[in-house]
Structure formats: structure tokens, C-alpha cells
Design a protein around this ligand. Structure first.
Ligand SMILES: *[C@@H]1O[C@H](CO)[C@@H](O)[C@H](O)[C@H]1NC(C)=O
Ligand SMILES: *[C@@H]1O[C@H](CO)[C@@H](O)[C@H](O)[C@H]1NC(C)=O
Ligand SMILES: *[C@@H]1O[C@H](CO)[C@@H](O)[C@H](O)[C@H]1NC(C)=O
Ligand SMILES: *[C@@H]1O[C@H](CO)[C@@H](O)[C@H](O)[C@H]1NC(C)=O
Ligand SMILES: *[C@@H]1O[C@H](CO)[C@@H](O)[C@H](O)[C@H]1NC(C)=O
Length: 372
């Protein structure tokens, strides 16, 4: 990974401070870090990642940010290290409970249920990291990621930014003079895309660019469509076509089965559209268009099946927001897919569906036929 730029910009500093104060987690980070070190786990650095980092660098970027994504650079050489990290975080969490909550009565288990949204551990040849995602009462999550190694650190250039918080943390710990506009530490931002300036230009001009999309799990396909909906575009038609082909290819390799595709899509819709639910339909139709355009190598049955799924979900989100358009323009998207069984859109629409019987196909056919 290469470091490209040093930012001493005051705006960055101010935004960082307000972000962290707003989420009340700056102090929490300090405590987690100190306790990890007490227990022999050295923290190389702490970084702000992803959309929150993009937000700090360029606020009008159109991406918004939902979660505060923090990366702790640590060494996780064995299972015990993983466990230690988790225990330390849960322990710190216990100390941060609001006054009045009886700590004796809270077990690690109830604590986990109340505050921990997600616990993830990944440990293989290339990737060693764990994630503890905490939710606060404002619906924002704080994702604490403890990363030993992670081969692919970004999806698109616009979310490849990381901002190193160490100088702020150190300042906070050691300086007797409080931070001010004229007295504050240098904050370093970098892009794991490889070229900071280029990534920054992409962010300002809303350009979609990536490297080797076939390396991203799911190909980055859903995020790509989401970026399109938010007004981002590829730099050229050729670029777009190529990206789409790779992304679709990887998506169908990772999610070959229609049930998995449905779960993946529903989870994405659920997790990425808070406060902008009305955009879900547009995103699905964009996805429909991309899949239709870029999966020429897919077997036609599978392609139809996936396109139907996307249409059904589109109709479902419209129904949820009570925005079913006139029947005429629904019909062109509407292809009943009876194998999509647990979709529940209002009974009103179900009533119109003449579902043909489709027998379940075996899973043994080849899903992706490579183009050559
Ligand atoms: C940082 O955020 C990006 C974009 O959300 C994500 O792809 C990447 O995995 C994150 N990096 C780490 C180390 O978690
Ligand atoms: C390691 O795990 C990650 C996340 O589950 C996965 O994307 C990656 O392909 C795995 N790598 C290997 C070599 O198995
Ligand atoms: C799908 O793509 C084909 C050409 O590849 C086009 O004729 C058709 O109109 C497209 N369908 C939709 C719903 O976009
Ligand atoms: C359906 O058609 C109506 C009127 O023609 C239009 O206002 C509406 O935007 C269309 N809806 C969609 C989802 O295309
Ligand atoms: C389907 O959705 C409706 C309204 O959202 C709800 O009342 C009903 O219980 C749901 N049915 C099932 C089977 O989930």
C-alpha cells in the first residue's frame, strides 16, 4: 500500500472532530486501543475508512455516509488473538454503558444482544480480520474492524480512502492545549486505490472507476448500480461495458443460486437505503438494465430467472412505498417468477398473477459459461 498525500487542511480537521464528537466514539477508540495494548496486542494505527472518509475529504460527494467505519491495524496470529480482541471490545462496551444501567446484571450475552449488531471473523490465507459492529440509538453503526491482512481493501476508487486518526488520538492524549483552528495535528489521508489524486478527482467528478472488479466479492455489482443511481458515471462507454461484464460475471459466480441472489439483493436494499427508500426502485431497474445488457454469456434460463427476480423486487418496493404506477407501465417489467416464493407484496397484486408451474431445476448445471 502506498501513501500519497499529507493533508493539513483545516476543514478536514474540523469535520473529523465533529464526526467523532457526534458519534461519541473518539474516547471509546482510545480506551479500546489502550486496553488492547495492555493485553499485548499492538495497534499499528487507527483509520477512518470508506464513505465516512470520503465524506471528510469531500462533503458534497453525493455518497453520504451511514456508518463510521474504523480500522485498527493489529496482528492476529492465532485464534486466541481473535478472541482477545473481541473480549476487550465487549469489556470496554460494558464500561461505556450509561450510568444507571446495573452492570452486575448485564452479562456478556445480553450486552451482545443489545449493542452488537454483527460479529464477523474471517481467517484464511489472504484475509485475517474481525468486525464488531455496534449500533447506537441514532441508527448509525460504528464498525470496529481489526485487520491483520485484507487483500482487497476497496470496491471503487471513490470509497478507497482511509484517514489516519493516530495524530488526533495522540494529540488528544498528550496535549495540554485543547485543539483549535490554529492549533491541531496534521491528519493524513490516503487512497488504497493506488493514486490519491486520481481517486480524489473521481470523487469530485462522480466518476466510477475500479481495478480488477472480478476480485470483489459479488463483483461490486450492486454498489455499482447504486452509484449510477446517485449520478456517478463511468469515464467512457468502453470502460463501462468492460466493468459491467466483469462485475456480472463475478456476481453470478458468487451467487449462482436464485435464492442466494434474492437474499443478497434484499439485504442490500435493506442496509443501504435508510432515509432514501424511494431510490430502491430506481436502483433495481438500473440493475435490471445492467444484467440484461451484460450477461450475454449466461444461460438464458438463468438470465431470465434473475431478471424476473429483480422485476419482482422492484414491484415489491413500489408496493411498500405505495407507489405502484399505472398498470400499463408495470406490465413491461412484470414477469411472474413463482420460484420466488417468499416475496410478499400486497395481496392486491398477488391476485393478478397467473403463476405457471415451474419445476425445480437441479443445481448441477454449469452456471457461468466463460466467454472466450
Ligand atoms: C473500507 O471501506 C471500503 C468501502 O466500503 C470496503 O470495501 C473495505 O473493505 C473497507 N476496508 C477495510 C479494511 O475494512
Ligand atoms: C478468504 O475469505 C474472504 C472472505 O470470506 C474471501 O473473500 C476470500 O476469497 C478468501 N480467500 C481464500 C484464499 O480463501
Ligand atoms: C434487454 O436487452 C435486449 C437486447 O440485448 C433488448 O432488446 C431488450 O429490450 C432489453 N430489455 C429490457 C427490459 O431492458
Ligand atoms: C408510470 O407512468 C406514469 C405516467 O405515464 C409515470 O408518471 C410514472 O413515472 C411511471 N412509473 C415508472 C416507474 O416508470
Ligand atoms: C405480507 O405483508 C403484509 C403487509 O405488509 C402483512 O400484513 C402480512 O402479514 C405479510 N404476510 C406474510 C405472509 O408475510
Amino acid at each position: 500500500m502506498l501513501i500519497f498525500i499529507v493533508k493539513t487542511n483545516l476543514m478536514i480537521f474540523l469535520v473529523l472532530v465533529s464526526l467523532t464528537v457526534y458519534l461519541c466514539c473518539f474516547f471509546f477508540v482510545q480506551v479500546v486501543r489502550a486496553r488492547l495494548e495492555e493485553r499485548g496486542i499492538c495497534v499499528k494505527d487507527v483509520r477512518l475508512n470508506g464513505s465516512a472518509a470520503s465524506h471528510v475529504l469531500h462533503q458534497e460527494n453525493g455518497l453520504g455516509y451511514k456508518d463510521l467505519d474504523l480500522i485498527f491495524g493489529v496482528s492476529l496470529k492465532d485464534d486466541q488473538a481473535f478472541r482477545l480482541v473481541k473480549d476487550v471490545v465487549l469489556d470496554c462496551l460494558l464500561d461505556f454503558l450509561p450510568a444507571g444501567v446495573s452492570k452486575e446484571r448485564i452479562t456478556a450475552l445480553t450486552l451482545k444482544e443489545a449493542y452488537v449488531q454483527k460479529l464477523v471473523k474471517v481467517c484464511n490465507d489472504t484475509d485475517r480480520w474481525s468486525l464488531i459492529s455496534l449500533s447506537n440509538n441514532m441508527g448509525k453503526n460504528v464498525e470496529l474492524k481489526f485487520v491483520d491482512s485484507l487483500r482487497r481493501q476497496f470496491e471503487f476508487s471513490v470509497d478507497s480512502f482511509q484517514i489516519c486518526l493516530d495524530s488526533l488520538l495522540l494529540f488528544d492524549r498528550c496535549s495540554e492545549t485543547p485543539m483549535s483552528e490554529s492549533f491541531h495535528p496534521t491528519v493524513i489521508g490516503e487512497s488504497v486505490y493506488g493514486d490519491f489524486q486520481e481517486a480524489m478527482d473521481h470523487l469530485c467528478q462522480r466518476t466510477i472507476a475500479t481495478r480488477s472488479p472480478e476480485e470483489i466479492r459479488g463483483g461490486g455489482l450492486l454498489k455499482y448500480c447504486h452509484l449510477l443511481v446517485r449520478g456517478f458515471t463511468a469515464s467512457s462507454e468502453a470502460d463501462m461495458k468492460q466493468m459491467q461484464r466483469y462485475m456480472c460475471s463475478r456476481f453470478f459466480i458468487d451467487f449462482p443460486d436464485i435464492g442466494e441472489q434474492q437474499r443478497k439483493l434484499e439485504a442490500y436494499l435493506q442496509n443501504h437505503f435508510a432515509g432514501m427508500e424511494h431510490k430502491r426502485y430506481e436502483c433495481l431497474m438500473t440493475l435490471h438494465h445492467v444484467v440484461n445488457e451484460s450477461t450475454v454469456c449466461l444461460m438464458s434460463h438463468e438470465r431470465r430467472q434473475t431478471l424476473s427476480l429483480i422485476s419482482m423486487l422492484g414491484l415489491k418496493v413500489l408496493a411498500e412505498q405505495n407507489a405502484i404506477p399505472t398498470v400499463t407501465n408495470v406490465t413491461c417489467y412484470y414477469q411472474p417468477a413463482p420460484y420466488v416464493q417468499d416475496i410478499n407484496f400486497s395481496n392486491y397484486y398477488i391476485a393478478h398473477v397467473q403463476a405457471p408451474q415451474i419445476t425445480h431445476c437441479s443445481n448441477s448445471y454449469q452456471t457461468w459459461l466463460p466467454c472466450s
